[in-house]
Ligand binder design. Structure first.
Ligand SMILES: Nc1ncnc2c1ncn2[C@@H]1O[C@H](COP(=O)(O)OP(=O)(O)OP(=O)(O)O)[C@@H](O)[C@H]1O
Ligand SMILES: [Mg+2]
Length: 221
């Protein structure tokens, strides 16, 4: 069974004039699979990722995530499902610069309603996973770009998601740091986590198990 299943997903932004972006996207992603979605700027990649991440709703179509028919869920249940199942990674890291590394992770655990008792251990484990143990009490804004992205990955995986969604995760990184990020993704995939990466970088297409193109609002395998 697919962890992520999209059928005939359509999206038009209701502005004046309306902006039609997705014209019937079909996509299945299995547990442990690494999928790259490629497409030109403006093709609708972020739109699709926002829908997969339950941050936006499609105009029509069906989206099943971890066995849940998301269109039948209430907004509150979307929040719950997002916190339980998904992890996000963005090109520009989205870490809180004036909080320490540990505080950034603790905030995520708090949003996911993880009890205080287990948090310290979870933080230490996540930092170890991404090789940031030494920076636990550093202010996040003092980290290098590669370190910030590793913190963002730690924050995404600390709740043990079943799906990682990444929007241009290596876009701001040199090749050494990009390789580190992909190695971390590989470890997650080996543990059964599905990875969906949105990119216009052909190197990520090489790395993925499967690369698909978003073209004219549809997926082209
Ligand atoms: N909130 C919005 N309201 C109206 N139009 C939007 C909105 N968000 C995105 N769009 C439009 O939808 C189209 C697809 O945008 P999207 O951000 O999904 O593209 P993208 O493939 O991620 O591009 P990039 O590679 O530049 O990030 C663009 O034409 C964009 O202008
Ligand atoms: Mg985008």
């Amino acid at each position: 069974m697919s962890i992520l299943r999209l059928r005939d997903i359509r999206k038009t932004y209701n502005v004046t004039p309306p902006v039609p972006v997705l014209h019937g996207v079909d996509l299945d992603v299995e547990a442990g699979e690494k999928v790259a979605i490629l497409g030109y700027s403006g093709a609708g990649k972020s739109t699709l990722l926002n829908i997969m991440g339950l941050l936006d709703v499609p105009s029509s179509g069906s989206y099943e995530l971890a066995g849940y028919e998301t269109e039948t869920l209430k907004p509150h249940d979307h929040d719950r499902l997002r916190a339980d199942v998904l992890g996000f990674i963005f090109q520009d890291y989205h870490v809180l610069g004036y909080r320490t590394v540990a505080e950034n992770l603790d905030l995520k655990l708090s949003i996911a309603k993880i009890p205080h008792a287990g948090r310290e251990q979870a933080i230490d484990r996540a930092l170890q996973d991404v090789g940031l143990t030494e920076r636990k009490h550093s202010l996040s804004r003092l980290l290098s770009g590669g370190e910030k992205q590793r913190l963002a990955i730690a924050r995404a995986i600390i709740t043990r998601p079943r799906v990682l969604l990444a929007d241009e995760p290596t876009g701001n990184l040199d090749s050494v740091n990009a390789r580190i990020v992909l190695d971390l993704f590989d470890q997650q995939a080996a543990n059964g986590v599905a990875i969906v990466v949105i990119t216009h970088d052909e190197r990520l297409a090489q790395w993925a198990d499967r690369a698909v193109h978003l073209r004219d609002g549809k997926i082209d395998e």
